[in-house]
Design a protein around this ligand. Sequence first.
Ligand code: ZN
Length: 250
Amino acid sequence: MNGDQMINAPVSSNNDVAGIESGKKWNTTTVTYDDDSLGSKYAAQVDGLISYAGTVSDLKFVKVDNSATADINIQFVQGITGGNTVYNNDDTQVTIQFQPLTNAGFDIGDATNGNADNLLHELGHAVGLKHPFDGSGALGGNKITLPSNLDNTDYTLMSYTHSSDKSISDGLYSPGDISALQDLYGAPAPQQTVQQTSTVTPVAQVNPFLAMWAAMFPTIAGSSPLSASPVGLTSLLANNQNNGMFASNG
Ligand SMILES: [Zn+2]
């Protein structure tokens, strides 16, 4: 196998996010998937949808042609209403099985049927999300449920309650899904760059104080523990905001 595995993950301290986290996540930010069994037409549409899913957090999806080793296998199964996601017994592989609701396809932004939202829902399960109303801990151990006013598809595609203005599908993740995925895997790379740049600001705020303090006590400034503290603070800030680790621990 390739070493990729679903592992226990701390859930967010914010219940509006924790309520859709299963308690597990992949131990990597690059997972593989195989959807070749869908046939070329549907596979191409699903590829596009999964490519979109790879933009909402730092979790990336790489297509492979090997159902035995792919982290996520996507299959059509006749007779399933909606879809169904199953973890194998050592959590090294997840299988998504579903039946198209119509023949209309899985295009991003598709508003004519529920296929795209349905697949994004199952993909959510496959990477660590659960139903907001499920307090059983069945999927990954987390029993926190979402406040009922947020248990709708306007807030999360993991809900079974379809919002009046999103009664069918728009083929995009909702804000709660994106918050949870970023909590588990970090923000997409471009946003990380912005966050890391922002660490300059606290350093700049500390230095004038130090300069003033050094001017007031010139003889001891060089040897005081205070003179070393901005270095520690800078390091702490850099660690906290590096590659989404702060979010993943919180
Ligand atoms: Zn589900």
